[in-house]
Design a protein around this ligand. Structure first.
Ligand code: FUL
Length: 472
């Protein structure tokens, strides 16, 4: 590989930004780390795993929860082998059942027959995650159909106390997931949540935790449960005046973000590998295929979002083979598709559009690893291949630690002097995977013309992947 670390221009981000771009938010350190986590697993597990319900009523007897062969290390091994970097578990779903023996509920693993009431899923999973080098996240449903205090101010204390218990006993918690569903509790009342207090509890007890909800504060819902981010996808959201749940921004806004939104808010794409969120026997044959998962990958991570793929453990407490086989196939498709960066022997000519910067010629540098360490401002650059090369995929990466300033781009591909293909697009973000019908090219030029010299591409790669994986 010809490696370029040639001219690494340590340009101050501030000097590069025009006035309006200056007003755009940039991600916090923990948000940046969150973007890099890219792909991780969701695990819906609880009484619903045993009843076949999607939304338990909260009246299910605790005894039905009995995963006799539970093995969180098996979950972690499968997650790790599939390339996932974290697991988020439904510590409490809407039925109120706690997967840990909470002091603030009487509807928990402690009241079940599982391990004679001595079991603790959060303990086992948080330990297994540490062992396997996975981040540990927690879904804690604000809606609770079991808790007797739900619908009264006392429930806000319960929710805060549960979070403290989780942070103190099972931390570090990487992501806290607040679901938007909010219905009535056992007394027929809806809860008035003290969201400010909830946010402050996270800040005080676990400041490094990123909080997901419809409107953040750190990560936003993508507006659908199909795992698909909008095109374009802006990492910005206006949250003032909006609420979680019924008062959330329209799903279309969540899907695309706001072009000039005031808060940095990356999108997380949640989707289940099965038709439902919880495991049920009848869906063992309905698990998504590796190819379907790959398509979701292109439309989530490939549009600068993160992918949270739900793989629910079965009633034994294990990941079912149908799911693990699909995950292995999905990993294989990613590995094969992105095995060979066809630009590794290419030359890249960078031309800065700002007048005061000299025209630069540097060779291509792969920044897959360590991509945060360089502030390379690349604009209107030309990539020249060492020989005519067939490609059907180009990946661009934007230096999002400097913000998201690329507002439109154009890629013109040439074979010799002849233009053979042209692609236009708008958002790039952390990663933009562009796929197209294969073309044999000798060079391509990327034009980033809109941001008056403020754009920051830090990586470009190209591939030839199996045509079947690409939408024509
Ligand atoms: C939804 C919930 O109501 C579903 O049961 C599931 O947990 C999904 C991820 O979020 O809002």
């Amino acid at each position: 590989m010809k490696s370029i670390c040639l001219s690494v221009l340590l340009l101050s981000a501030t000097a590069l930004f025009a006035q309006d771009y200056n007003d755009l938010p940039i991600p916090s350190k923990k948000q940046l780390d969150w973007h890099e986590t890219e792909y991780y697993l969701f695990m819906h597990f609880g009484p619903n795993t045993f009843t076949g319900k999607e939304w338990g009523e909260g009246t299910e007897p605790e005894d039905i929860f009995n995963p006799a062969q539970l093995d969180c290390r098996q979950w972690c091994r499968i997650a790790k082998e599939s390339g996932a970097k974290a697991i988020i578990i439904t510590a409490k779903h809407h039925d109120g059942f706690c997967l840990w023996p909470s002091k603030f509920s009487k509807h928990t693993v402690r009241e079940s027959k599982w391990k004679n009431g001595k079991g603790d899923i959060l303990k086992e999973l948080s330990q297994a995650c540490k062992e396997y080098g996975l981040k540990f996240g927690v879904y804690l449903s604000p809606w609770d159909r079991n808790h007797p205090d739900y619908g009264t101010p006392k429930y806000n204390d319960v929710f805060v106390n549960m979070m403290k218990e989780i942070f103190q006993n099972y931390g570090p918690v990487w992501e806290m997931w607040w679901d938007g569903a909010n219905g009535e509790g056992p007394n027929g009342k809806r809860q008035v949540y003290d969201w400010k207090r909830f946010e402050n509890t996270v800040k005080q007890y676990s400041p490094k935790t990123v909080v997901f909800s419809d409107i953040g504060p750190d990560v936003r819902w993508v507006g659908n449960e199909n795992g698909i981010a909008g095109n374009p996808n802006w990492n910005f959201l206006d949250t003032v005046g909006f609420k979680r749940g019924l008062g959330a921004p329209p799903t279309d806004t969540l899907n695309h973000g706001n072009y000039w939104g005031k808060s940095w808010m990356g999108a997380e794409c949640d989707v289940s590998i099965r038709p439902g969120w919880f495991w049920r026997e009848s869906e063992n044959e309905k698990v998504k295929t590796p190819q379907q998962l790959f398509d979701i990958y292109l439309k989530s991570i490939g549009r600068g979002a993160n992918l949270l793929l739900n793989v629910p453990p079965d009633a034994r407490g294990l990941i079912h083979p149908s799911d693990s086989i699909a995950l292995t196939g999905f990993k294989k498709l990613r590995d094969e598709s992105f095995a060979e960066n066809l630009l590794k022997t290419a030359n890249t000519f960078y031309q800065f559009s700002r007048k005061e910067l000299p025209e630069e010629k540097i060779t291509l540098r792969s920044v897959d690893k360590d991509n945060q360490s360089y502030t390379v401002n690349l604009q209107n650059f030309i990539v020249e291949m060492a020989q005519p090369t067939k490609i059907n995929c180009i990946i661009l990466r934007e230096a999002i630690h400097l913000g998201q300033t690329i507002r439109s781009f154009r890629i013109v591909m040439n074979n010799g002097k002849k233009v053979v293909k042209e692609i236009t697009g708008s958002s790039v973000g952390r990663k933009r995977i562009l796929t197209f019908k294969p073309a044999t090219i000798t060079s391509f030029t990327v034009y980033l013309e809109d941001a008056k010299g403020m754009d920051n591409v830090i990586n470009v790669t190209a591939y030839l992947m199996d045509e079947k994986l690409i939408e024509k």
